[in-house]
Write a protein that binds this ligand. Structure first.
Ligand SMILES: NC(=O)c1ccc[n+]([C@@H]2O[C@H](COP(=O)([O-])OP(=O)(O)OC[C@H]3O[C@@H](n4cnc5c(N)ncnc54)[C@H](O)[C@@H]3O)[C@@H](O)[C@H]2O)c1
Length: 380
């Protein structure tokens, strides 16, 4: 009989996943600290945790006793609990390492040392950020099939508004192509470094312990229920608050940077498939839509969906550690989940904004988050 432990299950992705598993009649237990940065000082909207089909433990994955209790009687673990702010991670290294890397190590340490555990599979929510810039080609060099993996853009490059990574051979602007799971990994932020550390820990430990695993590299996940209170991550949340307040939308760089937006329901489906598949996945899988959308376009679509006309201002400002483009190759995801991703961006945005309008209007924390980055010379 399957019983699933979801760490960080009260968060954005965790709550969708939990509700999906409940519908599938799969018993779940959640361990979550209800971090104030994500849920606010007085967490709201978590009534569903009291559902009789949900076992909920409030506690941190950095606490051995909490994790030991949470793992009792569990067959499958979906490990979501993490700190997730890329910019914030660049000046809160120790906290990000403690929760993301050490928290994962502790989970595995318990599995290695508690012989009576029943865990058969572990699913890790990793991040596309581990790729750094990801895959590009040069259309000027003559061989546009040769894949190039540029390093992080330097402060000097960005200050000169040289937004696109350059070809190491002819210095032309490179063109992004879908990044594959076997492409090189190059984390460009502490957050990404901790996500990659999680991947290595899970792969090595699960292989050694004979536990099946899946490492899902999530792209930009969006949808109903994403934190509207966390100013450090979630571009659609941040923009939706500004649109509701009638504030302009400042877009970094030249606004043409792209992201691969995937609806949270498609992510939950992929995680569920890793639980129910006849054999464990035992590999890395990109979870995205396979479509790159520019940040300017998504800002426009969001304003249209919210039926508000706010100025969109391309600022030429930049953050160190940000990637330029992102689109995932989702061939493996299509093998895992029949039909692949189901929610088109326009539909997903309408669902997201319909939900946003039912929520209290949050403070706009963007200026504060940017000021913290500027003070540390991580944004200009
Ligand atoms: N949302 C995205 O776009 C995205 C993209 C790539 C990867 N991911 C990964 O997916 C996972 C879930 O992301 P999310 O968007 O749902 O984030 P979220 O912030 O909404 O949820 C994270 C949950 O973890 C809990 N948590 C934090 N620290 C904890 C601790 N020490 N002990 C127990 N619980 C703790 C929080 O209270 C929260 O409920 C994370 O591992 C994240 O790195 C998310």
């Amino acid at each position: 009989m399957i019983k699933v432990l979801i760490t960080g299950g009260a968060g954005f992705i965790g709550s969708h996943l939990s509700k999906l598993l409940i519908v599938e009649n799969i018993p779940i237990r959640i361990v979550d600290s209800l971090s104030p940065q994500i849920h606010g000082a007085l967490p709201e909207g978590l009534d569903w945790l009291a559902d009789e089909r949900v076992e909920f433990i409030r506690g941190s994955i950095t606490d051995r006793q909490t994790l030991e209790a949470a793992l009792s009687g569990i067959t499958h673990v979906i490990h979501l609990a993490a700190e997730t702010g890329t910019g914030q991670s660049m000046y809160e290294m120790a906290r990000y390492n403690e929760i993301n890397s050490q928290g994962t190590a502790l989970l595995l340490d318990i599995l290695a040392n508690r012989r009576d555990h029943g865990v058969q599979r572990l699913i890790l929510s990793s991040s596309r950020s581990v790729y750094g810039e990801g895959a590009y080609v040069c259309q000027a060099c003559g061989d546009s099939s040769r894949r190039i993996f540029p390093g992080a853009r330097s402060a000097v490059q960005l200050a000169a508004h040289q937004w696109n990574p350059q070809c190491p051979h002819c210095e032309a602007s490179l063109v992004a192509v879908p990044t594959r799971e076997n492409d090189p990994v190059r984390p460009a932020s502490i957050y990404a470094a901790t996500k990659y550390a999680q991947e290595d820990l899970v792969r090595v430990a699960c292989d050694a312990l004979g536990i099946g695993y899946a490492i899902l590299r999530l792209q930009n996940v969006y949808g109903e229920g994403q934190s509207l209170k966390n100013p450090y991550t979630g571009i659609l949340s941040i923009f939706s608050t500004r649109i509701r307040r009638g504030l302009e939308l400042p877009i970094f760089e030249d606004g043409l940077e792209t992201r691969d937006f995937v609806h949270v329901e498609d992510v939950a489906r992929a995680m569920c498939a890793c639980i129910t598949s006849p054999e464990p996945v035992n590999k890395v899988i990109n979870v995205g839509s396979g479509i790159g959308t520019s940040v300017t376009d998504v800002a426009r679509l969001l304003a249209i969906s919210l039926q508000r006309d706010v100025p969109i201002r391309v600022t030429s400002q930049f953050r160190l550690g940000d990637i330029r483009h992102n689109v995932a190759d989702i061939t493996l995801l299509r093998e895992l989940v029949q039909g692949g991703p189901q929610v088109a961006l326009a539909d997903g945005l309408d669902r997201f904004t319909a939900w946003v309008l039912t929520q209290p209007l949050p403070e706009d924390g963007l200026e504060r988050a940017n000021a913290e980055l500027r003070a540390r010379k991580l944004m200009a």
